[in-house]
Design a protein around this ligand. Structure first.
Ligand code: F6R
Length: 610
């Protein structure tokens, strides 16, 4: 959360910083600000609201450079107004911050004893005060930072410029991301590679406790004791800036929904042996011997990735016969769970930076468990820190509302389960082949679903007036119901709940009347008839039914106000196909309600605070 960009180089810093912030706005859009050199003065301009408001404010400002920093905020401490916007400048020091300083009250009290009163309500401004105090004692920026780091507790990425050193950028971090883009004659420091991928693909990833100091483009890395790190690895990133453009779609979310056939092909690419119709994963970092030995699986994730993990639990248990547990990262983290010795811990994450998921990974590693990340962003913290990794390879996901990550996570997890099932001989070869065939068929079936978009839109347009929504499903489709409700909530702000169909009678059916819309997942599978009975029950109480079923199901069509179809698939791939109408319904309701689809209120894409 919060996007940070810093630039030093021959270009106009205003342009590079604003371009970078635009690509990072998915990380927060409560306020924005810059501190850029204008001759020898560091000029700070801040604005509440989206980046466009800041852009308007500095439209005619000339900043002569050579460096500057910028920030787009997702508010934690202090309202999203101008006073609390970053950068915070104290004396010659300007600071932008992503994260939370947990001991900010203690620091504030310490500063108060020195009669220093912050002018904002943020924890971030305090960092600028601490650095400024050190500089006033005659310390240079690196020395000042080495003295300040031990005073900070929490998760943070901090980028600093000093009015007295226009050619210097300094950054340090703990638990939230910070990357250094190394161009021909320029340096860009940012929270995410998207901020500079159009300029350079050479990237150094700052690890916790590391400091980067860039002076006239010369970059040096230090540890918290001030010792230089001389073997810092520079990676070449494969994503490009075109992948992060809307490509003619109205919204990133819409583009990403329509990218799913390609994303799923990429997820499966080179993991499937077409001759034997089986799964042989490319090296993951864990050995086949290890995969054979695990006796328990623990999946951990947040939000949409948690829903993907819930879908995968059914598949893991059926094909690997290994008992599988799924937990929400923020619960697992403080839950004192007891994991058995031979547990494989799988963390599922699009960004690879989610604070709670990362913390769980670290916790499980500390307790001696083997960890595997199902992750989309290569080189992200979770990718770097887990023992093994399986990339979802879905390409950049920019829309705050996760779509292609969800379906590609389920596919990646099914590949993993099939790989383990083959090694452990836990299910018949023919059964594995059947699942592989179903997976290979999936991208073209998703295309069929996408071709029905006009029906989804038509259904969506009739849904804007409902008071509430229930999404219901059984088995693998129950987590898809949860996902459907989440999609609707987050981009339309309408109230929706996901429930297992069989659980309605235990309370939620009391909500049902004619102002309630029920989105029912009822594919033709072993639970079809039970689902239909549940649909009858809510229909009898006046609910409007939007049923999602297999092909042309005349019975469901008769029961529902809108019937939406998916192609005939297996019980395991049904759940992935079900996601498409569910995503498009939410998308079209949000557009009809004129919501900000790609930047829904109060949210940010990469949740780097707990
Ligand atoms: C919902 C959404 C979030 C994320 C969650 C985990 O549309 O995007 O619920 O799924 O914040 O993020 P990652 O997968 O990056 O760990």
């Amino acid at each position: 959360m919060c996007g940070i960009v810093g630039y030093w180089g021959p270009e106009k810093p205003k342009k590079v910083i604003l371009d970078g912030l635009r690509s990072l706005e998915y990380r927060g859009y409560d306020s924005a600000g810059v501190a850029i050199f204008d001759s020898s003065k560091l000029k700070v301009v801040r604005s509440p609201g989206k980046l466009s408001q800041l852009e308007e404010k500095i439209k005619s400002s000339e900043f002569t450079g050579p460096s500057g920093i910028g920030h787009t905020r997702w508010a934690t401490h202090g309202a999203p107004n101008e006073k609390n916007a970053h950068p915070h400048k104290v004396g010659s020091i300007a600071v932008v911050h992503n994260g939370i300083i947990e001991n900010y009250i203690e620091i504030k009290e310490k500063l108060a004893k020195k009669k220093i009163m912050p002018s904002s309500d943020t924890d971030s401004e305090l960092i600028a005060h601490l650095l400024s105090l050190e500089c006033k004692k005659g310390k240079n920026l690196l020395e000042a930072t080495l003295n300040v780091i031990p005073q900070l507790r929490g998760a943070y990425s901090i980028l600093v410029v000093n009015e007295d050193e226009p050619d210097t950028l300094l950054a340090f971090k703990n638990a939230t991301p910070m990357l250094v883009g190394i161009g021909e004659k320029e340096i860009i420091i940012a929270s995410d590679v998207q901020a500079f991928i159009s300029r350079t693909n050479r990237v150094a990833y700052l690890e916790d406790g590391e400091i980067v100091l860039s002076k006239k483009g010369q970059v040096k890395f230090f540890n918290v004791r001030g010792q230089e790190i001389t073997n810092k690895k520079i990676h070449e990133v494969k994503w490009n800036s075109v992948m992060a453009e809307k490509a003619g779609f109205d919204h990133f979310m819409q583009k990403e929904i329509f990218e799913q056939p390609q994303a799923l092909r990429q997820t499966m690419e080179s993991h499937v042996d077409h001759d034997s119709m089986t799964v042989k994963l490319k090296p993951t970092g864990l050995t086949d011997a290890q995969f054979k030995k695990f006796s328990r699986i623990q999946l951990i994730a947040c939000g949409t990735a948690w829903h993907a993990a819930l879908v995968a639990k059914y598949f893991f248990e059926r094909v690997t016969k290994i008992s599988t547990q799924v937990d929400i990262a923020s619960e697992f983290r403080y839950g004192h769970s007891i994991l058995e010795k031979d547990t494989l811990v799988i963390v599922v994450t699009q960004s690879g930076e989610t604070a709670d998921t990362l913390a769980c990974l670290r916790l499980c590693k500390k307790e001696g468990h083997k960890t595997l990340a199902v992750v989309n962003v290569p080189h992200s913290s979770i990718d770097r820190e887990s023992h093994g990794r399986l990339y979802t390879n879905a390409g950049p996901e920019i829309g705050v509302c996760s779509t292609k990550a969800f379906t590609s996570q389920i596919v990646a997890l099914q590949l993993l389960a099939l790989h383990m099932a083959r090694l452990r001989k836990s299910c018949k070869v023919t059964e594995i082949q059947e699942h592989v065939r179903a997976l290979l068929e999936l991208p073209s079936q998703v295309e069929v679903c996408l071709n029905h978009d006009k029906w989804f839109k038509e259904a969506a347009l009739s849904l804007t007036a409902y008071r509430g929504f229930l999404y219901i499903g059984r088995g693998v489709n129950y987590p898809v119901a949860l996902e459907g409700a989440l999609k609707l909530k987050e981009i339309t702000y309408l109230h929706a709940e996901g429930y297992p169909s069989g659980e309605l009678k235990h309370g939620p059916i009391a909500l049902v009347d004619s102002s309630m819309a029920v989105v029912a997942m009822a594919s033709k599978d072993e639970l079809y008839e039970k689902n239909v009975s549940n649909i009858e029950e809510v229909r009898a109480r006046g609910a409007q039914i939007i049923a999602i079923g297999t092909e042309d199901d005349a019975h469901l069509r008769r029961l529902s106000r809108h019937y939406l179809s998916i192609p005939k698939a297996t019980w395991a791939t049904n759940s992935i196909l079900m996601a498409i109408p569910v995503q498009l319904l939410s998308y079209h309701v949000a557009v009809a309600l004129k919501r900000d689809v790609d930047q829904p209120r109060n949210l940010a894409k990469s949740v780097t605070v707990e």
